[in-house]
Design a protein around this ligand. Structure first.
Ligand code: CP
Ligand code: NVA
Length: 309
């Protein structure tokens, strides 16, 4: 009964718990089909434009391969090579691209730019990361947790580090699936209050706990899933030294994860900055699900594309 045809994916907050569950369900089915070499050309003849205003390895490759495996076609559009880079408005770009394409994926800075694109486009718009959110990443994260743990609701996820775009989307994602989430960040790096208000609305629906703390040890204690991300994200390069100094006590290392459940799993959206937010022993260790997580970008996004387009 879930029907997402024609919808946008701008933030996980916009989806219902049933819609999130349906995306994860289809993602699992499509992954199984792909592993067994069973064709699934659900988007034959359809095209996706992919606008990038920031770098990408996983998002670009997984969306492009996703469209190919679904029988469609993907165009890589570097924002600087579009007239967008010379001042054509987002609204006009949206109107024109809507005449050629069946969907648009965009990675950019301002969440409001993605919202504007969606407002003026007559085709679905998918958020491939903004400064504020990274919903496709968290769908892949949820799929990975479901695979490793066999469930989502009732688990405890600990996010340790900068309260950034990935943290925000994890907050929304956990709230939608009923997973407890504890975030540890230093003062000045905690998630925004306006985001937390929305997350708490979502969490009330599923009955999970959301806590924002300062001490990494307290949040990792008893966690099933431990997650971190880069300390200076794309666009924050100038703050690198200041951020490393503030976030150093938040590194994921053996001493910290010794407080998690013995069978905890480690997630990182990648790229990792080894020796900063995580050490080799953890990301390369037996509890690391980071490589499955990267692969699951493909499967989760195939489900999103198939349902929206
Ligand atoms: N995790 C992620 O979005 O990676 P890319 O920046 O390589 O796309
Ligand atoms: N938080 C990181 C994610 C990279 C995929 C960034 O925004 O740079």
């Amino acid at each position: 009964k879930v029907n997402l045809k024609g919808r946008d994916l701008l933030s996980l907050h916009d989806l219902t718990p049933e819609e999130v569950a349906a995306i994860l369900e289809l993602a699992g089915e499509l992954k199984e089909k792909q592993k067994q070499n069973i064709p699934h050309p659900l988007l034959a003849g359809k095209t996706l434009g992919m606008i990038f205003q920031k770098s990408s390895t996983r998002t670009r490759v997984s969306f492009e391969v996703a469209m190919y495996q679904l029988g469609g076609y993907a165009l890589f559009l570097n924002a600087n090579d579009l007239q967008l880079g010379r001042g054509e408005t987002i609204a006009d770009t949206a109107r024109v691209l809507s005449r050629f394409l069946d969907g648009i994926m965009i990675r950019t800075y301002a969440q409001s730019d993605v919202e504007d694109l969606a407002r003026y486009a007559s085709i679905p718009v998918i958020n491939g990361l903004t400064d504020l959110t990274h919903p496709c990443q968290v769908l892949a994260d949820l799929l990975t947790i479901k695979e490793w743990k066999g469930k989502l609701a009732g688990l405890k996820l600990a996010f340790v580090g900068d309260g950034n775009n990935v943290c925000n989307s994890l907050l929304f994602g956990c709230a939608k699936v009923g997973m407890d989430i504890s975030v540890a960040s230093p003062e000045g790096y905690k998630p925004r209050q306006d985001i937390l208000r929305l997350v708490n609305e979502d969490a009330k629906q599923t009955g999970c706990r959301v806590e924002i703390r300062t001490d990494p040890l307290e949040v990792v204690a008893g966690a099933d899933v431990v997650v971190t991300d880069v300390w200076a994200g794309m666009g924050q390069e100038a703050e690198q030294a200041k951020r490393v100094a503030a976030l150093l006590p938040y590194q994921i290392n053996p001493a910290l994860v010794s407080h998690a459940k013995p069978d905890y799993i480690f997630l990182h959206c990648l790229p990792a900055h080894r020796g900063e937010e995580v050490v080799d022993e953890i990301i390369d260790g037996p509890n690391s699900a980071a490589w499955d997580e990267a692969e699951n970008r493909l499967h989760a996004q195939k489900a999103v594309l198939a349902m929206l387009l």
